[in-house]
Unconditional design. Structure first.
Length: 279
């Protein structure tokens, strides 16, 4: 079509169900000269479904720096180049930032073609409020995770992560250790036949015993921890009875942790009360 201008088209594609694509996206792909694909083997299924026959170029994080210069030349010569990822909106935790920045630098036209995103899809059914922070993929190593735990915990919004299913138990353990007062929502196979949602308090969710496939979209609720309550507002007699029972079974340190977290009380106040009871 004549009204398609040369440039880079950032085209959103379905995250599972092939019908979740806009008419505009189909039209743009059909009128592209070439299509950059994160994985041509996956993209060809979608393109064949809509009878889109175009030259595909494998464009991913391992070759994007090498190919970008040639692609820029194609656009400057008048070609219409579309960029698609395996699923959802390109560049969001996917390849494409290199060519996007180069197009900005060269003054080349960039056309966003919006559509489905796993981020907004998960947030919309999470049951949490609409304010969220998108984090994406977490570091793979525990040492690196521990370094960012404090920074993440200071984000008092719902937080969206992409997590490989094979690593879900590893990350659940990390979440429980640092964000136990948040709720968790896990979306698996969104928009597909086996779409499954899991909702629970972080401190109550159990590990997955069997293998689950695919990439998971995980949403942590904003921090439910409010300012520590005043211990004087509690029925101290009942609290003392409960603490006495705990002290018979657990160490002082564990009792302080248990009671302070259960009732959102200052650890120091609980500790002082425990010492009085032990005397």
């Amino acid at each position: 079509m004549d009204y398609f201008l040369p440039g880079l088209y950032i085209v959103s594609t379905p995250i599972g169900n092939l019908e979740d694509i806009t008419l505009r996206a189909i039209n743009v792909l059909k009128n592209s000269d070439k299509i950059l694909c994160e994985d041509t083997r996956r993209s060809v299924k979608l393109l064949n479904h809509y009878n889109i026959k175009k030259q595909l170029i494998s464009y991913h994080k391992f070759n994007e720096k090498k190919l970008t210069s040639n692609i820029i030349n194609m656009i400057q010569k008048g070609e219409k180049i579309s960029l698609i990822s395996d699923a959802g909106t390109p560049i969001i935790s996917d390849p494409g930032m290199v060519i996007l920045r180069e197009c900005i630098k060269k003054g080349i036209k960039i056309f966003p073609i919006p559509g489905v995103s796993a981020v907004t899809t998960a947030v919309s059914v999470s049951g949490f409020d609409e304010k969220y922070f998108f984090y994406g993929f977490l570091p793979k190593k525990l040492k690196e995770l521990e370094k960012i735990a404090k920074d993440i915990n200071q984000i008092n919004y719902n937080i969206v992560f992409f997590i490989p299913s094979l690593k879900i138990n590893f990350y659940l353990k990390f979440f429980k250790r640092h964000f136990r007062r948040r709720k968790i929502f896990i979306a698996r196979e969104m928009t597909k036949i086996h779409e499954t949602f899991y909702r629970n308090d972080l401190n109550e969710i159990t590990n997955f015993s069997s293998r689950i496939k695919g990439e998971l979209t995980v949403v942590l609720s904003k921090n439910n921890e409010k300012n520590n309550l005043n211990i004087d507002s509690f029925d101290k007699d009942k609290l003392k009875v409960e603490i006495k029972k705990y002290l018979k079974r657990y160490s002082l340190k564990d009792v302080v942790k248990l009671v302070s977290e259960k009732y959102k009380l200052s650890k120091k106040k609980v500790y002082d009360l425990c010492l009085k009871i032990k005397k």
